[in-house]
Design a binder for this molecule. Structure first.
Ligand code: NDP
Length: 327
């Protein structure tokens, strides 16, 4: 496993991590979740990602029970939660980034996890109804109380991140150190263009999500629709429509040929491509089966096969790179 500083913080994070969206407490049994965490930890993964909304709180309960059972040293792993969407409550105070919800949601997440503190706490989305100042103060307060160690954002714009950062700086508060954006071969602009300045100025770290675009970049949707997969789950039609398009499948088929030329599986090639971006601190893996996770771990070593020539061939297939205008 490789480790890196999360942004300019001192936190050493593994370059691959494990997430629980749609799997823990939902698609997979708790026994499978436990095996996945075991495999991850045994292979050096030290970051486990979660959120209050995942399976409406159940994902944190499942992960917390596993952490308790494993009894791994608390200083050996990093665990996160995210606040904004709530756990399904309909009252307006049960979601968003107000001081009330941020503080209460943190308390509730800690109870579900059975932990004393979270290492990372993310604002899951920007909240247009709450001043950013209030959220920054709340996060700072949680750090001062020892309930979280670092905080970050998810799917915030560069402008919102800078606003939070500058307010924190002016008021001697602790600002966000990390953003969690979607990043994969099909969704690139935020990570590659929009944030390009703040990696340098603020020292932003990134924990990127859906590196396989919900599985389409594994190539398994190239022919007939496979059974028992995420994009076949009832209620996730929106995710299927977003990810499975003729244009994407066409590119994935070409990418599969390239992968086999260099003796990599397509998911491994797709994940190694994300890792090659130096502004990606960690690639959060999702898996519903042990063998997927075991395969995906190969992406660390696979990076060396992605020579400049191969990266160029990938660009030609994707044909979707956006450059930052120099002037
Ligand atoms: P991916 O895009 O990598 O999708 C993971 C899914 O793809 C798996 O659950 C599995 O689904 C399939 N898969 C994975 N590996 C393979 C393989 N080798 N061969 C075939 N199929 C494979 O990642 P996620 O979308 O799960 O995102 C990762 C994590 O990021 C989440 O768990 C969560 O922690 C975080 N996240 C954060 C968000 C945010 O807003 N901040 C939003 C979304 C995710 P199946 O077997 O069911 O087909």
């Amino acid at each position: 496993m490789e480790y890196t500083n999360l942004g300019k913080s001192g936190l050493q994070i593994s370059r691959l991590s494990l997430g629980s969206w749609l799997t823990f407490g939902k698609q997979i049994g708790d026994d499978v979740a436990e095996r996945l965490m075991d495999i991850a930890y045994e292979n050096g993964i030290n970051f486990f990602d979660n959120a209050e909304i995942y399976a409406r709180g159940k994902s944190e309960i499942v992960m917390g029970n596993i952490l308790k059972k494993k009894n791994w040293s608390r200083d050996s792993y990093i665990v996160s939660s995210k606040v904004c969407f709530g756990t399904g409550g309909q009252w307006p105070t049960q979601k968003g980034l107000s001081r009330k919800h941020v503080i209460e949601a943190c308390e509730q997440a800690l109870k579900r996890f059975q932990l004393d503190y979270l290492d990372l706490y993310f604002c899951h989305r920007p909240d247009k109804k709450t001043p950013i100042e209030e959220t920054v103060w709340s996060m700072h307060q949680l750090i001062m109380q020892g309930k979280i160690l670092y905080w970050g954002t998810s799917e915030w714009s560069a402008q919102e991140i800078m606003e939070a950062h500058l307010f924190a700086k002016q008021n001697h508060l602790i600002g966000p150190i990390v953003e969690q954006p979607e990043y994969n071969m099909f969704t690139r602009e935020k990570v590659e263009v929009e944030f390009s300045q703040i990696y340098k100025t603020v020292g932003l770290g990134t924990t990127i999500w859906s590196p396989l675009a919900s599985g389409i970049l594994s190539g398994k949707y190239n022919q007939d629709f496979p059974a028992n997969t995420r994009l076949g789950i009832e209620g996730l039609e929106w995710l299927k429509d977003k990810n499975i398009t003729e244009e994407r499948i066409d590119k994935v088929k070409k990418m599969a040929l390239l992968a086999s030329e260099i003796n990599l599986s397509l998911p491994v090639l797709s994940l190694a491509w994300c890792l090659k971006n130096p502004n990606v601190s960690t690639v959060i893996l999702g898996a519903s089966k042990e063998k997927q996770l075991i395969e995906n771990l190969e992406s660390i070593d696979a990076q060396e096969k992605l020579s400049e020539e191969i990266m160029q061939k990938i660009e030609e297939i994707l044909n979707n790179k956006k450059e930052l205008a120099p002037y």
